[in-house]
Design a protein around this ligand. Structure first.
Ligand SMILES: NC(=O)c1ccc[n+]([C@@H]2O[C@H](COP(=O)([O-])OP(=O)(O)OC[C@H]3O[C@@H](n4cnc5c(N)ncnc54)[C@H](O)[C@@H]3O)[C@@H](O)[C@H]2O)c1
Length: 327
């Protein structure tokens, strides 16, 4: 049975005492985490192995910070430092967020290096999209403090963080990470057991698989398949997930009514779903279709537009749900 937070004895850091966060790996995800931590008043020391990483981090953070201030002003409340030395980065940190390259052998070595230099009371969270924490923690001397803290891109805006432990993780470490993420306004979910790709990416992958199947089968264009999501179920998905959505599909009797009425239809739909093979020919077909759909707009332009509209959506969604007194 894992230890609870109260049982962790002399391991003293508690989430409310965290002031200084180490960000290891400053690509897309590391920059976004760093901006979020800084905007929330944490001091950040970051490290990366790329020679140009510091300049990219500083300009990336400067570009990201304004989107974290609802008043439209840059809101850097913490201090940002960069060090090319992993030891220097992690030595004084109260929490470590690792966001380096997604390759298992490299992550295993890197996590053991972080473990060797971070204070023993410090939780190390990995942003890994698919590698298991059981694998990542295996070369650590203190594997009990290694957790999954998987954000959704872009972490500075999307609330979700998926939490999980590996076989050697102790419960207090997950509790602490969860409390820290909640201080940042994140919405956390906990996985009861590890699974490849965690939860949200698996759900996305299921939709993407069928989208590619529909494209490959010539049912609709990439633009129209995307539109079928953004103008249809995607709008509801920002408010309720699949279980609640289907609860409402069953009429007055909710999910019971749905099961009575639609279980056979659902089973038939599942049997009909495609299983595309992403061979070079299908990859080329998808690339061509997306190139046509974006019509020359570059990735940075589309991402900036997404972030602007995401902010508006998050503000609109913060209106409380009217679940009482309706009707
Ligand atoms: N991109 C996404 O949508 C997304 C979403 C959630 C989680 N993640 C996860 O976050 C992590 C980072 O992804 P990304 O998209 O930012 O990748 P990225 O390639 O943009 O950045 C990775 C960075 O890590 C650096 N790096 C590599 N080895 C290092 C080392 N030993 N020490 C320090 N820095 C090192 C690289 O130089 C690079 O700057 C991955 O584990 C990925 O699975 C990615």
């Amino acid at each position: 049975m894992p230890n609870t937070n109260a049982e962790k004895g002399d391991l003293a850091v508690n989430a409310d005492e965290i002031r200084h966060i180490a960000v290891v790996g400053t690509g897309t995800i590391g920059i976004s985490w760093a901006a979020l931590f800084l905007a929330n008043g944490f001091d950040v020391t970051a490290t990366d192995v790329r020679p140009e990483a510091e300049a990219a981090l500083r300009s990336g953070v400067d570009q990201t910070l304004p989107s974290l201030d609802r008043g439209g002003k840059t809101s850097r409340k913490g201090v940002l430092r960069f060090s090319a030395s992993l030891e220097d980065c992690c030595r004084d940190a109260d929490f470590v967020q690792e966001n380096a390259i997604e390759r298992e052998p490299e992550k295993v070595v890197l996590l053991s290096q972080i473990d060797a230099v971070a204070r023993p009371d410090v939780v190390i969270a990995s942003s890994t999209s698919a590698i298991s924490i059981t694998a990542i923690q295996k070369a650590c001397t203190r594997p009990q403090r290694v957790v999954l803290g998987h954000p959704f891109n872009p972490p500075h805006l999307i609330p979700l963080v998926e939490l999980a432990g590996g076989e050697q993780t102790e419960a207090w470490a997950i509790d602490l990470a969860e409390r820290l993420y909640r201080r940042l306004g994140k919405a956390t979910i906990r996985l009861n057991k590890e699974i490849y790709g965690h939860v949200a990416n698996r759900l996305q992958a299921a939709i993407f698989r069928e989208a590619i199947h529909l494209l490959e089968s010539g049912v609709a264009s990439a633009e129209d398949i995307d539109r079928a999501v953004t103008e249809g179920p995607g709008l509801r998905w920002a408010l309720m997930g699949p279980f609640l959505t289907y609860h409402l599909a069953g009429g007055r009797n909710g999910i019971r009514g749905f099961m009575q009425q639609f279980a056979p239809l659902q089973q038939r739909l599942w049997a009909e779903l495609g299983g595309p093979i992403l061979d070079p020919a299908l990859q080329a077909l998808v690339v061509e279709a997306v190139d046509k759909a974006v019509a020359g707009r570059n990735v940075a332009e589309i991402a900036a537009d997404r972030d602007r509209r995401l902010q508006a959506l998050l503000i609109a969604r913060s209106t409380p749900a009217q679940t009482e007194g309706a009707g």
